[in-house]
Design a binder for this molecule. Structure first.
Ligand code: ADP
Ligand code: MG
Ligand code: ZN
Length: 189
C-alpha cells in the first residue's frame, strides 16, 4: 500500500471487507506482519464482542494469530494509542458502534496508516452501516470472496445456519457458511 506518488507524509485508511471465511483476518494479519518486518510500530484492536478465540488476539479461521487489545466501544481506542505508533489495525469493525468511523478518520488525519477489516453485509445480506461508511471514506478498498460451500463458486454472502434473528450472533462454521448469489437464501424478516 505504498503509493509511489505520495510526496508528503500522510495517513490513510485501507479496508478489507467481504463475507465470512473470505480471508479478511488473514489479509489483515499479513499486512500487519509486513509492517512489522519494516520495523513499524503497530497496534492491533479487536472487539470484545468477538469471543471466538479469547480476548487477547486476532485469530483467523485457520488459526493464524497475533496479539491484540480487546475493546468494547470505539472510544476506548484513542486512549490506548501510544505516541510512536505508525499503524493501527482493527478487526471486525462491523461489531463496533458508529463512532469507529470517526476514530479511523482521526487516526488517518494524524498521519497513521489505518487498516480495518470487517463484514460488509449481515446474514440478511444488508450492509453493515459502519463498514459501508468506512468503504466510502477509505483510500483503499479490498473486497475478498470466499468459496461457496454448496457449489464451489466465488461466494460473497454469509448464510446463517441457525434460526437466530439477532443481527450479531458470534460463531464460525457451526453457525455460518459462505454462499454464492445462487445458493444464498435470504432468511425471512
Ligand atoms: P474471515 O476473517 O474473512 O472470516 P479468515 O481470514 O479468518 O476469514 O479465514 C479464512 C480461511 O478460512 C481460509 O484461508 C480457509 O482456510 C478457511 N475457510 C473455511 N471455509 C472457507 C470457505 N467456504 N471459503 C474460503 N475459505 C474458507
Ligand atoms: Mg475475521
Ligand atoms: Zn453456490
Amino acid at each position: 500500500m505504498i503509493n509511489p506518488l505520495m510526496r508528503h507524509k500522510q495517513g490513510w485508511i485501507e479496508i478489507i471487507c467481504g463475507c465470512m471465511f473470505s480471508g479478511k483476518t488473514e489479509e489483515l494479519i499479513r499486512r500487519v506482519r509486513t509492517a512489522l518486518i519494516a520495523k513499524q510500530k503497530v497496534q492491533l484492536f479487536n472487539s470484545k464482542v468477538d469471543t471466538r478465540y479469547g480476548l487477547d488476539s486476532i485469530t483467523s479461521h485457520n488459526q493464524n494469530k497475533v496479539a491484540a487489545i480487546c475493546v468494547k466501544t470505539s472510544d476506548e481506542i484513542l486512549p490506548h494509542l501510544e505516541k510512536d505508533t505508525q499503524v493501527v489495525a482493527i478487526d471486525e469493525v462491523n461489531f463496533f458502534d458508529k463512532g469507529i468511523v470517526s476514530v479511523c478518520e482521526q487516526l488517518a488525519n494524524k498521519g497513521l496508516r489505518v487498516i480495518v477489516a470487517g463484514l460488509d453485509t449481515d446474514y440478511r445480506a444488508e450492509p453493515f452501516e459502519v463498514t459501508a461508511a468506512l468503504m466510502a471514506k477509505a483510500e483503499f478498498v479490498t473486497k475478498n470472496l470466499a468459496v461457496c460451500t454448496k457449489c464451489g463458486n466465488p461466494a460473497s454472502f454469509t448464510q446463517r445456519i441457525s434460526k437466530d434473528k439477532r443481527r450479531i450472533v458470534v460463531g464460525t462454521t457451526d453457525a455460518y457458511q459462505a454462499r454464492c448469489r445462487r445458493c444464498y437464501k435470504k432468511p425471512r424478516a
